[in-house]
Design a protein around this ligand. Structure first.
Ligand SMILES: C[S@@+](CC[C@H](N)C(=O)[O-])C[C@H]1O[C@@H](n2cnc3c(N)ncnc32)[C@H](O)[C@@H]1O
Length: 220
């Protein structure tokens, strides 16, 4: 047996049944997002939601920054795990997607923990820095447009406190990162970021093979 196993739909179903405790509103958010069609592939998986929630609990996170909210599944997963005084800033360009997200957050009773910011995320993040929020977040999750990932990491490095956590989604990009023939803008952006982070002395790193790959950066 190797040090890794090949994932299958059946194994994912098994994990979903025994390794994830999904709130009824999370399940509905997932089902209704799936009904939106192909775009639903942007949503994080239930096991990734459980993983983020576990990280929030383990790190005692109170201030959480999310770049890329879509229909709200990841923010909902985290909001349910936050202490009652915990707060999320949720960034997205689409008021349509986030409008859907707000209904789930309200139904799950966590809407008061989440502030949305509808604008290109770089503008919002630079606004946060100007407003003196450097070092005030415990945890940042990056899951928006891939070509801006490196810029998001730079902003998050300033916004997250020392000892805090930055999680970056899709860093395996369906395996395209090791396919030299794949030279799409998104692939090149993720590959370049991965290469840069591999030796970045500002962080401790763990790239974990959950879902499409999640890079965890501990801010030194
Ligand atoms: C992969 S989805 C996020 C999925 C979400 N985390 C979830 O669990 O469902 C990416 C999101 O990033 C948003 N986005 C794309 N470009 C953006 C930008 N420049 N600034 C802010 N959000 C952006 C999209 O509107 C989309 O909702």
């Amino acid at each position: 047996m190797g040090k890794f196993i090949e994932m299958s739909d059946a194994l994912m179903d098994y994990i979903g049944k025994i390794g994830v405790r999904e709130h009824a509103v999370q399940a509905r958010c997932r089902a209704e997002t799936a009904a939106m069609g192909r775009i639903s592939g942007m949503q994080i998986s239930p096991d990734e939601g459980a993983f983020l929630a576990m990280l929030v609990r383990l790190t005692g996170t109170r201030r959480y920054l999310e770049i890329g909210t879509f229909t709200g599944y990841s923010a909902l997963s985290v909001a349910l795990a936050l202490p009652t005084d915990g707060r999320i800033d949720a960034l997205d360009v689409s008021d349509d997607y986030v409008g859907r997200a707000r209904t789930y957050w309200a139904e799950a009773g966590v809407a008061d923990r989440i502030t949305t910011h509808i604008a290109p995320a770089l503008e919002t993040l630079d606004g946060f820095l100007k407003a003196g929020r450097a070092g005030t977040y415990d945890f940042a999750f990056i899951d928006a447009d891939k070509t801006n990932y490196a810029a998001y990491v730079e902003r998050c490095h300033r916004l997250v406190r020392k000892g805090g956590l930055i999680a970056i989604d899709n860093t395996l990009w369906s395996g395209a990162v090791i396919d030299p023939a794949n030279t799409s803008d998104d692939t090149r952006a993720i590959r370049a970021l991965n290469d840069a982070l591999a030796n970045d002395p500002r962080f401790d790193i763990a790239l974990v093979a959950i879902s499409d790959g999640i890079t965890l950066l501990h801010v030194r």
